[in-house]
Design a protein around this ligand. Structure first.
Ligand code: SF4
Length: 496
């Protein structure tokens, strides 16, 4: 058996948000980045790419570079800017790199689970960066254990990397081995994989998580892979196209080759990427997500108007929809909440008293804008409702006479199994309460969500080409019962 991958054993505590609580939002899984650019400082390019993708995961970051057959790896817990210094980046030479920034969805938040996952194979090492979540990790892990692999981490990403290594060690080349392994994987996976011979970019047959290709010029051809186009913009790479669902791109000194490896690819992009996760300046379907979110606000104004004096948005993700709402309704938009832009994640836990003041650590109401006004506050989603309640109270304390809330997506009623942390079902407020009950709980004068139809039609795309399972429970990739049971607490108790 070829030796297994290296082990780091430092354990770190899980991070909390700046108010000491988990954010009341779905949390993103990961950002991935890859670059093939002989003659360039690939570590630094990857650093800046990850820096632009920081919103996709703030728990750990890592970069692996390839210098011929040699792999240089650095990964740690923390933000990209905390994990890397100029000195560390200078110790990561090579022509090719992959990078990763992580929020843990599978496997606990420890440095051993940080990525890229580096694995030794018959053809040399591979370094894998994964965004998404598999639903058949247990079976893959059992198969790997049967083949005598030592599993070091608890992640599905390690299982993918070792499955590729298994195929390579059985005599296949990089492409055959990878494709064989991908066909065993079920769930969401957008991958950037470095090898001594080239860089791979891959999306699962449904393309649940995004992955784009950028170009950094020809002679020699230099390519970039990134979860979002904002990862290309920061390094001046030009957007070429998306990696398609069920496609593998293989980038070498000969250029970029494309292989469609899945039998029945069927596009099901996560709609939450468009509503909330991806940066508003990232491009999907030939437009920035800012434009889509603006239209969501306009649609919301048509569906659920209210007679108020001013429209405000919850910074940052609720702002484009609030502006759209204002444009469609003719009611003025104003900034009613100021965000502390210098706040980040922290390991420091606040005291109980500080925690009770909670929301003000991040958002401070503008009294001059709010006093004596009837307002609509627009947000992109409500998950548990804990933040919304505090926010509404803060707006009333600042002088708002009526507070109406409008949400630019439908109620989140089901958990995600494809790489987004939306909590267990019993923690989702809309899974247990009606809209009227939620309105009462968070203390608003009225509450309305965007319709499911409105959300999908506003994309301007084929409405069947999206996953919207967290709003409907209609999962495009079958989720095995034992995986479901861990999150579908309500359904479990209802059937027992
Ligand atoms: S279940 Fe929701 S969050 Fe998960 S992939 Fe589907 S739309 Fe996205």
């Amino acid at each position: 058996m070829i030796p297994n991958h290296p082990l780091d054993s430092n354990a770190y505590p899980a991070q909390s948000d700046s108010d000491g609580q988990r954010p009341d939002k779905p949390e993103e899984a990961c950002g991935v980045f890859g670059v093939y650019a002989p003659g360039q400082d690939v570590a630094k390019l990857t650093y800046f790419g990850l820096y632009a993708l920081q919103h996709r995961g703030q728990e750990s970051a890592g970069i692996a570079t390839f210098e011929g057959n040699q792999v240089h790896l650095h990964k740690e817990m923390g933000l990209v800017s905390q994990v890397f210094s100029e000195t560390i980046l200078n110790q990561l030479p090579g022509d090719l790199a992959v990078g990763h920034t992580r929020y843990s969805t599978t496997g606990s938040s420890r440095v051993v689970n940080a990525q890229p996952a580096v694995v030794e194979t018959r053809l040399g090492k591979l370094a894998l960066a994964h965004n998404g979540n598999l639903v058949n990790t247990t079976q893959l892990r059992e198969e790997l254990l049967r083949r005598n692999w030592d599993l070091i981490t608890t992640t599905d990403s390690e299982a993918i990397a070792l499955s590729i290594a298994t195929e390579i060690n059985a005599g296949k080349d990089w492409l055959e081995g990878a494709i064989c392994a991908f066909r065993q994987c079920k769930g969401a996976f957008s991958l950037a994989i470095g090898t001594p011979d080239g860089l791979m970019g891959v999306r699962d047959p449904n393309g649940i998580r995004p992955l784009v290709i950028g170009s950094m010029g020809t002679s020699p051809e230099r390519y970039v892979l990134a979860s979002e186009t904002c990862g290309l913009d920061i390094i001046g790479a030009e957007y070429v196209r998306d990696v398609e669902p069920g496609e593998l791109v293989w980038i070498t000194q000969e250029g970029l080759a494309s292989f469609f490896w899945a039998e029945q690819p069927k596009r099901k992009l996560c709609i939450f990427e468009m509503i909330y996760f991806a940066r508003p300046d990232s491009i999907m379907h030939d437009e920035t997500l800012y434009s889509y979110r603006l239209r969501l606000g306009r649609q919301l104004a048509k569906e659920s108007p209210a007679d108020v004096d001013v429209i405000i948005g919850v910074p940052d993700s609720g702002i484009p929809a609030a502006i759209g709402f204002s444009q469609a309704s003719g009611i003025p938009y104003a900034e009613g909440l100021i965000k502390n832009r210098y706040v980040g994640r922290t390991f420091i836990q606040p005291t109980q008293t500080m925690r009770e003041s909670g929301i003000k650590m991040k958002l401070n109401p503008l009294k001059d804008v709010l006093t004596g006004k009837r307002i609509i506050i627009v947000d992109d989603s409500i998950v548990r409702g804990t933040t919304s309640r505090k926010l509404v109270k803060a707006l009333r304390d600042a002088g708002a006479t009526e507070v109406h809330m409008r949400i630019s997506s439908p109620p989140v009623t089901h958990p995600c199994f494809y790489g987004i942390d939306t909590d267990n079902q019993d923690q989702l407020i809309a899974a247990t309460k009606s809209v009227a009950e939620i309105a009462e709980q968070i203390g608003v004068d009225s509450l309305a969500y965007l319709s499911w139809d409105g959300m999908l039609k506003t994309t301007g795309e084929d409405t069947n080409s999206f996953c919207s399972a967290c709003f409907t429970g209609d999962y495009p990739i079958t989720v095995p019962e034992q995986v479901k049971r861990s999150k579908l607490m309500l359904e479990k108790s209802a059937t027992c």
